[in-house]
Design a binder for this molecule. Structure first.
Ligand SMILES: Nc1nc2c(ncn2[C@@H]2O[C@H](COP(=O)(O)OP(=O)(O)O)[C@@H](O)[C@H]2O)c(=O)[nH]1
Ligand SMILES: [Mg+2]
Length: 469
C-alpha cells in the first residue's frame, strides 16, 4: 500500500516464530514463522501422510508434526507454507495448525526454536509487514485496533484505516503540495518580479481546500476517540442507593452482590458494556461514607480513585430518602467531573422533588430510574451516549474518522503549516517562508504514514501488540 511499488528486499535475516492464538484450550492453535529459514524448518518438522511430497506454496498439507531428533510424532497437523512476497510479512512464512492445547503449542514452538528460529517480539510480524513496505504505519496501527475492537463501530473505524483510507487521504493531501513546493523552490533564487510567474490564485485555492479538509477530519477526533478507545464510567453515590443493582441491570446479569445491608460492595467491579457502539467500561464501586471497618475503608479508597480517573461518573441518588450530608459530600467531590445524575428508586414514594434536583444540577441530565424494576434504563443509556457524543459520526467505509491522538496531532500541525503558508501568500511573505511551511507539512504527513517516523515512535506503536501478531 505504499506509494512506491519498487520491490523491497526483506531486511530481516532472522526467522521469527510465535504462538499466534490465545493460550487456553481450543479446537486449533497456530504456531507461525516468518523469515528465510521458515521453509527448511517446516521440512524438518513435517512428516506428510502421503509420500513422495513437496510443499506447494499457499496450500494446506496434512501430516504429523515430528520431533526431528527422535522422529516421534508430536501432533497431527495441517501445515501451510507461503513463499514470499505474497504473505503477511512479505517474507517466507509457515503456519502450523495444531490442536489448541497449551503444551502442544509450546512443544511445536520449541521445535521451531531448536531448528534456528527465535521467539518473535510483540507485533514483530506486523512490524516486518511495515518495514517490508506491504502496509504503511497507519495500517499497522489499525491491526492493533482491529484486534482490540469491542463494538461494531470501533471495528469499522479500524477497518477503514486497515484498508488504507487514512493513507489514501494523506497521499491526496501530499500530491499537489509537492508540486507547489517544487514551483516555489524553483523561483526562490529569482528576482522579485518572477514571483508573478507562480499561479498564486490556484495555489491559494488548493491550500484553502486542504485546510478545510484537514479541519473536517480533525473535528471527527473527539467522537472518534470515544468509539475507538471507549470510556471509563464509574457509578458513585452513598451506600444503598442502588449502584450494584444498576450495574446488574445494565449488564443484564447478576454480576454484583446486592443486599439491603449498607457497605456490601467493597472491591471495584468492572465490565465492558456496549452503549450505542461506544465501549463503556462500567465500574461499580463501594458506597462513599465513613467506613465501618478497614476492608470497607480500603473499598472506599479504591472507589474514590476510580471516580477521580473516570471519564464519566454516574452519580446515583436514592429518591426515596432525603438528601443528607453524605450526598452533599459526594456532590462536592465530583463537582468538576463529567456526569449524568441518576435518580433511583422511582418506584417508591419520593422524598426529593425533581425540581430541587434540577436546581442543584442545572447543566446535567437527570434520569429517573428504577434499577429494581428495570425502568428508565434505555433513557439512561441515551443520556450516557449524549454526554459523550455531541454530533453523530457517520461511521462508513469512505468517510474518514480520526480516532488516534498521534494522527490528530500530525493533522493539527499540518493544518497550521498550510494555513500559515496560505496567509503568507496572501500577505506577500517571502517565498522561503512559504516553502518552509509547505515542507514542514510534507514532513508531518511523512511521519504519519511511517516514512520519516523516528524509531522510538515506531517501537512504541509495536510495543502495544500481542505476541504472534
Ligand atoms: N425499591 C427499590 N429498591 C431498590 C432499587 N434499586 C436498588 N434497590 C434496593 O436497595 C438496596 C441496595 O441496593 P444495592 O444495589 O446493593 O445498592 P448499593 O449499595 O448502592 O450498591 C437493595 O435492597 C436493593 O434491592 C429500586 O430501584 N427500587
Ligand atoms: Mg453495592
Amino acid at each position: 500500500m505504499k506509494a512506491s511499488s519498487e520491490i523491497i528486499i526483506p531486511r530481516a535475516e532472522e526467522t521469527i516464530a510465535a504462538i499466534s492464538t490465545p493460550f487456553g484450550e481450543s479446537g486449533i492453535g497456530i504456531v507461525r514463522m516468518s523469515g528465510p529459514l521458515s521453509e527448511s524448518i517446516a521440512q524438518k518438522l513435517f512428516k506428510p501422510k502421503k509420500a513422495p511430497f513437496s510443499f506447494i506454496s499457499h496450500h494446506f498439507h496434512h501430516g504429523d508434526l515430528i520431533d526431528p531428533q527422535s522422529g516421534n510424532p508430536v501432533d497431527e497437523v495441517l501445515i501451510v507454507l507461503m513463499n514470499a512476497p505474497k504473505t503477511y510479512t512479505r517474507e517466507d512464512m509457515v503456519e502450523i495448525h495444531c490442536h489448541g492445547g497449551y503444551f502442544v503449542l509450546q512443544r511445536a514452538l520449541e521445535l521451531t526454536l531448536a531448528l534456528g528460529a527465535r521467539m518473535a517480539q510483540p507485533g514483530e510480524f506486523t512490524k516486518r509487514a511495515f518495514l517490508n513496505g506491504r502496509i504503511d504505519l497507519t495500517q499497522a496501527e489499525a491491526v492493533i485496533d482491529l484486534i482490540k475492537a469491542k463494538t461494531r463501530e470501533s471495528l469499522e473505524i479500524a477497518g477503514q484505516q486497515l484498508r488504507g483510507l487514512l493513507y489514501k487521504e494523506m497521499a491526496s493531501v501530499r500530491e499537489k503540495l509537492v508540486e507547489h513546493l517544487a514551483l516555489i523552490e524553483a523561483h526562490i533564487d529569482f528576482p522579485e518580479e518572477e514571483i508573478e510567474a507562480i499561479p498564486q490564485a490556484e495555489m491559494k485555492q488548493d491550500l484553502l481546500n486542504k485546510v478545510q479538509k484537514l479541519e473536517e477530519w480533525i473535528s471527527t477526533y473527539e467522537e472518534g476517540r470515544v468509539f475507538r478507545e471507549g470510556v471509563s464510567c464509574a457509578i458513585t453515590g452513598k451506600t444503598n442507593v442502588g449502584k450494584s443493582s444498576l450495574l446488574n441491570v445494565l449488564l443484564k446479569q447478576e454480576r454484583a452482590i446486592v443486599t439491603p445491608i449498607p457497605g456490601t460492595t467493597r472491591d471495584v467491579i468492572e465490565e465492558v458494556l456496549n452503549i450505542h457502539g461506544i465501549p463503556v467500561r462500567l465500574m461499580d464501586t463501594a458506597g462513599l461514607r465513613k467506613a465501618k471497618d478497614s476492608i470497607e475503608q480500603e473499598g472506599v479508597r479504591r472507589a474514590k480513585e476510580r471516580v477521580a480517573d473516570a471519564d464519566l461518573v454516574l452519580l446515583m441518588i436514592d429518591g426515596s430518602r432525603e438528601l443528607d450530608e453524605d450526598d452533599e459530600e459526594i456532590f462536592r467531590e465530583i463537582d468538576a467531573k463529567k456526569k449524568v445524575v441518576v435518580f433511583n428508586k422511582k418506584d417508591l414514594s419520593q422524598k426529593i422533588s425533581s425540581e430541587a434536583m434540577k436546581k442543584k444540577f442545572p447543566d446535567h441530565s437527570i434520569v429517573p430510574i428504577s434499577a429494581l424494576k428495570s425502568e428508565g434504563i434505555e433513557e439512561l443509556k441515551q443520556a450516557i451516549y449524549s454526554s459523550l457524543v455531541h454530533r453523530d459520526l457517520r461511521v462508513s467505509p469512505e468517510h474518514l474518522i480520526v480516532a488516534n491522538i498521534r494522527h490528530k496531532t500530525v493533522l493539527s500541525q499540518t493544518r497550521k503549516n498550510l494555513s500559515d503558508a496560505l496567509m503568507g501568500l496572501e500577505e506577500g511573505a517571502s517565498l522561503e517562508f512559504i516553502a518552509f511551511e509547505i515542507r514542514s507539512a510534507l514532513d508531518g504527513l511523512g511521519e504519519m504514514v511511517g516514512e520519516t517516523t523516528t524509531e522510538e515512535v515506531i517501537n512504541r506503536i509495536f510495543d502495544q501488540f500481542c505476541i504472534g501478531k
